[in-house]
Ligand binder design. Structure first.
Ligand SMILES: *[C@@H]1O[C@H](CO)[C@@H](O)[C@H](O)[C@H]1NC(C)=O
Ligand SMILES: *[C@@H]1O[C@H](CO)[C@@H](O)[C@H](O)[C@H]1NC(C)=O
Length: 467
């Protein structure tokens, strides 16, 4: 025998009345699937309570915006469709909601399970049991607030999102993208060479090594997440200088990996190294080309031992050396060893650095890299104060080394003239100005004029003959 529960009867009656009374105004609410069925649920949200809103019967304007939809705080919301605000039952009726709360969190129109995660730039967000996201709070290498502040601040350079840095923390940038150990004070004071300008000698307003020595100046490489700028900047300067001093008879791209893997005395490969040690190795042992001994790259957080040294050389007399191993790359047979003469330090003086650069080729410079440098996309860089007002963990710096290739000056809209160096970094060709950057000259910006080295490629008569 069929028995009609009185509750159901009441519900049918009310539904009938509702349909009669407000068919036109109500149809959207009636047709839409319940909010809970659409997976839209902000379990802990206070909506009716926030507005102190509870309406009897039907009241279409007894409604609130709710995660991109609308929810209601009137009794009707529970009758036909379930588009009640999440706290309607609890706040307006004093009963628990009739639907089990969905276990999960919403993000970008998707429901994630409890303990589900997504990445917000460099921070991981995890769905908590109460249906709320909790995100790590690390400073990121690409920081949108910093980018905006730099671009609005008229600092003379433009900042942007370098894709390879997106998702990295600032700490990872400092740890993995630099990698030069500051020289000890005894090295800092090494055999400084003073070039003296001849009386009446005036250096040009602009100079670029690649214009004086076409095809002998090499493009920047990418150190990836290997903190080996000590090896990259040394190999880069040596490549150019060997090419220039051999008058183009040899134009090798020298192998940073050869240094990273084989120059291990007091050096730490992709965890950092010293410039004086790198030059000592290039002089006494020499390295092969990058084709012969290619960069093996390195992933972030890669544990385990560094790759073993795959190249060795022996003395051939008169200081020259010869490889005793094949290239660690079966496609290349040319395993010539390239060497340099002892590196020399230039005076920390703009004019001396310029003169050396113009006469002998690109020089190596130590550089203190700050958090904003990673964002550089063009212009004349100087360290900005945009992070000064932020907590300390947003202001980080580390020691790096680069290749200075030229100089110039630019007239600013306000009439001032800004002098700059042009330099090659080792963050690949898509960073900065095609892998290069310009930085303020004559003010020891970021210590760039404090420790500058030059070297001579070791070139014998026999090198000038063949090839
Ligand atoms: C609301 O709807 C649920 C499920 O349809 C039902 O169990 C509950 O009794 C209703 N509450 C009220 C106050 O109408
Ligand atoms: C930054 O670049 C990355 C990689 O190209 C991209 O996924 C990300 O959405 C960019 N971020 C912003 C805010 O533009």
């Amino acid at each position: 025998m069929w028995r009609c529960p009185s509750g159901l009867l009441l519900l049918l009656l009310l539904a009938g009345q509702g349909a009669l009374g407000a068919r036109r105004g109500r149809w959207r609410r009636e047709l839409a699937p319940g909010l809970h069925l659409r997976g839209i649920r902000d379990a802990g949200g206070r909506y009716c309570q926030e507005q102190d809103m509870c309406c009897r019967g039907r009241a279409d304007d007894c409604a609130l915006p709710y995660l991109g939809a609308t929810c209601y705080c009137d009794l009707f919301c529970n009758r036909t469709v379930s588009d009640c605000c999440p706290d309607f039952w609890d706040f307006c009726l004093g009963v628990p909601p009739p639907f089990p709360p969905i276990q999960g969190c919403e993000h970008g129109g998707r429901i994630y399970p409890v303990f589900g995660t997504y990445w917000d730039n460099c921070n991981r967000c995890t769905c908590q049991e109460k249906g709320q996201w909790e995100c790590d709070q690390e400073p990121c290498l690409v920081d949108l607030d910093m980018i905006n502040a730099i671009n609005q601040g008229n600092y003379g350079w433009q900042a942007g999102n370098h894709s390879a840095f997106w998702g990295m923390t600032l700490d990872e940038g400092i740890r993995y993208r630099l990698g030069t150990i500051r020289p000890s004070s005894s090295v800092m004071n090494m055999n400084e060479i003073y070039t003296v300008l001849n009386p009446g000698e005036v250096l040009p307003a602009a100079f670029e090594a690649s214009e004086k020595w076409p095809n002998l100046i090499h493009e920047p490489l990418d150190q990836g997440n290997c903190a080996g700028s000590w090896a990259f900047s040394t190999a880069a300067v040596a490549s150019d200088r060997v090419s220039i001093h051999s008058l183009g008879h040899m134009t090798p791209v020298l192998s940073p990996q050869n240094l990273l893997s084989c120059d291990t005395h007091h050096q730490q490969g992709c965890r950092g190294g010293r410039l004086d040690g790198a030059w000592w190795f290039l002089r006494r042992r020499g390295v092969v080309s990058d084709h012969c001994y290619p960069f093996s790259g390195r992933e972030r957080d890669e544990a385990g031992p560094a790759p073993p040294c795959m190249m060795h050389s022996r003395a051939m007399g008169r200081g020259k050396r010869q490889a005793t191993a094949r290239c660690p790359n079966s496609h290349v047979h040319a395993n010539d060893i390239y060497q340099v003469t002892p590196a020399y330090r230039l005076g920390s003086n703009e004019q001396e650095i310029m003169k050396e650069l113009m006469e002998n080729g690109p020089v190596q410079a130590l550089m203190e890299v700050h958090e904003d440098f990673f964002l550089y996309q063009g212009g004349i860089y100087s360290h900005t104060p945009v992070s000064l007002s932020r907590p300390e963990q947003y202001r980080r710096h580390g020691t790096h080394s680069v290749k200075i290739t030229g100089w110039g000056e630019e007239r600013l809209p306000d009439g001032r003239t800004l002098k700059y160096w042009t330099a090659a970094n080792s963050w690949g060709p898509s960073w900065g100005e095609r892998g290069h950057f310009r930085i303020v000259r004559g003010a020891n910006e970021c210590d760039i004029e404090s420790f500058v080295l030059g070297v001579w490629g070791r070139v014998g008569m026999e090198d000038m003959g063949h090839h």
